[in-house]
Design a protein around this ligand. Structure first.
Ligand code: CU
Length: 398
């Protein structure tokens, strides 16, 4: 049953920029980030980036994210194959940081992995990354220090090829997925170290046992339970952390944010999917559209057309879609354990959405029961205009 948008659901899910703007705290520092909303592209060969703390409010609870240039995700970096890029990364945290350019071919001391020809960036310090781009495609960057990536230090990289693209398309959108928790990443890890299934709310019950015996018989059911017990695993352990704890984000927006990217009828749209999660695998689909995969992890592949694809942590896929006559299509990325999802809309205009598109949330065989997730199930979502992400936006709900 559709719920009415309460103040809580409205406030819930504010991305970094909006929340900060609402509080009047938006102060882009003198950097290339000025005037850019989260994940917006920065182009060129010289980049000024900083890792710092930013107040966010994803779930109606104010928290502090670690961010690049004050936004979550950090700015999308648009490079050109053959160019030499220079990136000065400043550390405004009180702990060491680093930026690792995931999938980029470069000298070891430019890779940004502390301990590998690079000591990391001390608080208050900076590091000058400089390398020449010998590839094209879709990649991403993230902190390689501690658990800063989980806390928000990530962004997209798009490298335009020198030669003409083999595929024709009229739109090019980045869809960066991630998982956010209001709990500190260190707390999540500490909990998992003590009890690896602490976040699994789908453990099998006596009721499941009785059902399984009725369906499969006593012998098979007991054998199966013993097999799992032998492995010290649970058949419902599909993700260490579920939607009970995580909010799944699309370009920094939770489902309620309805991140929207645009198309016009007749256009072919290139979508660059990036899984910047700490540990969530997503099954991505656009109900009503076929997805033609043209690249994986930045590399071109023989095109393959699918209804759905699974994207693991740190993977990227480039797909082409040809939207039909509908004004809006749902971009739907469900967590592999079926407890939650990230979603947005591909639409003619901001504010449109496909009310039926997200209703087909499929349930896994075992992880079937709706989690006590704060995002509910897909069908419960009302179409809501996307919030403005412009730093000049007024306070939401005001
Ligand atoms: Cu990486």
């Amino acid at each position: 049953m559709p719920h009415s948008p309460s103040r809580r659901t409205f406030v819930k899910g504010l991305g970094a920029a909006t929340a900060v703007a609402g509080l009047g705290l938006w102060r882009p520092l003198a950097s290339a980030a000025e005037g850019h909303r989260p994940g917006q592209p920065l182009q060129g060969q010289d980049f000024e980036l900083y890792v710092g703390q930013t107040p966010v409010n994803i779930t109606s609870r104010p928290r502090t994210a670690l961010t690049v240039n004050g936004s979550l995700p950090g700015p999308q970096l648009r490079w050109r194959e053959g160019d030499s890029v220079t990136l000065r990364v400043r550390n405004r945290l009180t702990e060491p940081t680093s930026i690792h350019w995931h999938g980029i071919i470069l000298p070891a001391n430019m890779d940004g992995v502390p301990g590998l020809s690079f000591a990391g960036i001390e608080p208050g310090g900076d590091y000058l990354y400089h390398f020449t781009l010998r590839q094209s495609g879709t990649y991403w960057y993230h902190s390689h220090s501690g658990l800063q990536e989980q806390a928000g230090v990530y962004g997209a990289i798009v490298i335009e090829p020198r030669e003409a693209e083999p595929h024709a398309y009229q739109r090019d959108h980045v869809l960066l997925f991630s998982d956010w928790s209001d709990q500190a990443p260190e707390a999540l890890l500490a909990t998992l170290k003590k009890q690896s299934d602490a976040f699994n709310y789908h453990k099998l019950t006596v009721g499941d046992f009785i059902e399984d015996v009725a369906r499969d018989g006593w012998r098979k059911t007991v054998d199966e339970r013993l097999m799992w017990a032998d492995m010290r695993m649970s058949p419902t352990d599909l993700a260490d952390i579920s939607a009970a704890t995580y909010s799944y984000l699309l370009n920094g927006q939770p489902p309620e944010g309805n991140f929207t990217c645009l198309f016009r009828p007749g256009e072919t749209v290139r979508l660059r999917l990036i899984n910047a999660s700490a540990m969530t695998y997503f099954d991505f689909r656009i109900p009503g559209l076929k997805l033609t995969v043209i690249a994986a992890d930045g590399l071109p592949v023989v095109p393959v057309t699918v209804d759905e694809l699974r994207i693991a942590v740190a993977e990227t896929f480039d797909i082409l879609v040809e939207p039909g006559d509908a004004p809006a299509y749902t971009l739907f990325a469900q967590s592999m354990d079926r407890t939650g999802f990230a979603r947005g809309t591909l639409a003619h205009a901001p504010g449109q959405c496909d009310p039926a598109g997200a209703a087909g949330q499929r349930r896994g065989a075992r992880a079937a029961k709706p989690a006590p997730a704060h995002h509910g199930v897909a069908g419960n979502h009302r179409c809501r205009p996307p919030r403005s992400l412009s730093p000049s936006a007024g306070p939401p709900g005001a």
